[in-house]
Design a protein around this ligand. Structure first.
Ligand SMILES: [Cu+2]
Length: 312
């Protein structure tokens, strides 16, 4: 089991003049984030009943390190210059696109590398992924999330947006082991017309782990407000259902909702994002998806997309 973790980032000031700007006014400081990612092949294990080890490809933090599914969490602030250098240590071409932020889909050949520079201006959550090979590369594990925080670093969904006490990132995915991972993982050609996923994950975990994972379980004091940033990096739409309380939907795939909308279920379409605010209630409640198949690992219930909502 591997939980997503924040990549060690270097946040450096641009030149001496920026240093004095920083001294005079923190809010106008020129900051930059730089990341280095490596594309590796390897395996990913879903623990628990029905679980298995899948062949995967993924972005990771070190050359030769195991692929991470999902890839490392990237973070930036609104207006911050970001540089991501991607080294392709795999034997196939790959790329790196932050959906809604970057547009360069040039293939990075095996053994090559490419640097992407961008400045996100809109706070929220974004999916990054490999757009090549008719979704095969993304299905094989090549996806992750970019979180863009307010320029002042405050606990708000975006610069002038609603505040929160605690936050979670839920990256959802699906994999078709026999028809896609086993084939692509053995250098075969996937017949992309048929996709029947049999593994469904949140933050790379089946529900057996997802209900115990501190990075997934939304836990805090009763009454606290949790912001959940959701990325559906899978190929099927997912309806997430919260027990106990309604949540407030504040953003659907980058579109901010101006008037409050409340629900206990949100359908997050494949390849899109959402953000919801949830006020914790005292007790332990499940969060699961509303399609029974997606609650399974190779047909075994309840080892799919699931976690808990815990108010202390
Ligand atoms: Cu239920």
């Amino acid at each position: 089991m591997r939980s997503p973790c924040v990549v060690a980032r270097s946040r450096r000031m641009l030149g001496l003049s920026a240093f004095f700007i920083l001294l005079s006014s923190l809010s106008s400081a020129v900051l930059a984030a730089s990341y280095t990612l490596f594309i590796q092949s390897g395996t990913h294990t879903v623990n628990g009943a029905g679980g298995t080890t899948l062949k995967v490809w993924g972005y990771t933090t070190g050359s030769g390190a195991p692929p991470m599914v999902p890839g490392p969490i990237l973070e930036a602030r609104e207006g911050e210059a970001v540089t991501v250098t991607v080294y392709n240590n795999h034997n196939k071409s790959h790329n790196f696109l932050v959906k809604g932020v970057t547009s360069d889909t040039t293939a990075i050949p095996a053994g090559g590398n490419r640097t992407y520079s961008f400045t996100p201006t809109k706070g929220g959550v974004y999916m990054y992924y490999d757009t090549l090979a008719s979704n095969v590369n993304r299905e094989m594990g090549m996806f992750g999330a970019l979180i863009v925080r307010p320029a002042d670093g405050s606990n708000r969904a975006w610069g002038s947006g609603p505040g929160y006490d605690i936050e979670r990132l839920w990256v959802i995915s699906d994999m078709d082991k026999p028809r896609w991972n086993d084939v692509a993982g053995n250098n075969g050609t996937v017949s992309t017309g048929t996709y029947k996923p049999n593994f469904f994950m949140m933050n790379g975990l089946g529900g057996f782990d997802g209900m115990h994972d501190p990075n997934s379980v939304l836990q805090g004091a009763a009454g606290q407000t949790g912001l959940v940033r959701i990325v559906n990096a899978g190929q099927l739409d997912e309806s997430l259902h919260f027990h106990a309380n309604h949540f407030r939907i504040i953003d659907v795939d980058g579109a901010r909702l101006s008037s409050p909308e409340y629900g206990d279920t949100i359908n997050v379409k494949a390849g899109t994002t959402a953000m919801v605010l949830f006020q914790l209630k005292s007790g332990i409640f499940p969060m699961h998806v509303h399609t029974a198949q997606m609650e399974t690992a190779n047909g075994v219930y309840l080892n799919g997309v699931a976690t808990l909502l815990v108010g202390n």
